[in-house]
Ligand binder design. Structure first.
Ligand code: PLP
Length: 287
């Protein structure tokens, strides 16, 4: 396995960063997760755009142009000779002193890791997930925008801890007003009749690239899609619920806080979306 680290390709053992890196000290940095399907990088441009938007929002100077960065990612994938994989890009503020001041960090640290992805087991896609809602709240969009995919993932980590404590593999965060925001690393959709609902960005969710792909697919399949705030009650009483994300793809949810969703098995509309999504991922690559 070859890891890109600041201009070099190094082995996993040699991929090391200083303890003075501000990503480590303060979570000062950004990241992206991207899938490779059959040698195609899925929606590379959208991921690069989001990475550069995140950088701009926190005033992080990217050491490469978007085009150069894209080439580096492609090269890292090629060097690892993996046809199906997960790419993790991390750009931290870089090495500074122990103070917070980002102006004392002259160079960002850039890491690109490509490795096989261990997703949920196949049978979970057939059976559907059981999830809970948790006490951890999504940060307010006006405080630190959830649209920034930053290295500050503490509330997402707390969601995972709460999920473990409840013996389930994923959980939902609400925002400070009690509207449903998103999972620890995935967006949520609920289905009512032939209408799909997903929370709008202002509720406090990352603008997921899988979410965007699903909105497009659902539109093409003739479903109505609305970006609209909803509450836990709406989730409990939905016909179908599913989550979307780079790692999770599209996965049905069959129980939320003990309430059985629909018939307790992945619904027909969710299955349609997953089928189309799988067909699309191969068609959409750039390599
Ligand atoms: N929400 C959060 C907090 C995430 O970290 C992710 C993962 O990337 C998502 C949603 C899903 O976004 P995407 O589909 O772009 O992976």
């Amino acid at each position: 396995q070859w890891i890109y680290l600041n201009g070099e390709f190094v082995t996993k053992e040699n991929a090391k960063i200083s303890v003075y890196d501000h990503g480590f000290l303060y979570g000062d940095g950004i990241f992206e997760g991207i899938r490779v399907y059959s040698g195609n990088i899925f929606r590379m441009e959208e991921h690069m755009d989001r990475l550069y938007r995140s950088a701009k929002s926190i005033m992080l100077n990217m050491p490469h142009s978007k085009e150069e960065f894209t080439d580096l990612v492609v090269e890292t994938v090629e060097r690892n000779q993996l046809r199906d994989a997960y790419i993790r890009i991390v750009v931290s503020r870089g090495v500074g002193d122990l103070g917070l001041d980002p102006y004392k960090c002259p160079n960002a640290n850039v890491v690109i890791i490509v490795e096989p992805l261990a997703i949920f087991p196949k049978e979970l896609y057939e059976r559907g997930l059981e999830i809970v809602t948790v006490a951890t709240r999504r940060n307010r969009p006006d405080v630190l925008s959830p649209k920034v995919k930053s290295l500050n993932y503490l509330n997402n980590v707390l969601v995972k801890i709460e999920a473990h404590l409840a013996n389930v593999s994923e959980a939902l965060m609400l925002n400070d007003q009690g509207y449903v925001a998103e999972g620890s690393a995935d967006n949520i959709f609920i289905v009512r009749g032939s209408t799909f609902l997903t929370p709008p960005g202002y509720v406090g969710a990352l603008e997921g690239i899988t979410r965007n792909a699903v909105i497009e697919i659902a539109g093409k399949l003739g479903y109505e899609v609305k970006e609209e705030p909803f509450t836990r009650h709406d989730v409990y009483t939905a016909d179908e619920v599913f989550l979307t994300g780079t790692a999770a793809e599209v996965i049905a949810v069959v129980k939320v806080d003990g309430r059985v969703i629909g018939n307790g098995v992945p619904g027909e509309h969710t299955k349609n979306i997953l089928k189309e999504f799988r067909a699309k991922v191969v068609a959409d690559g750039i390599q």
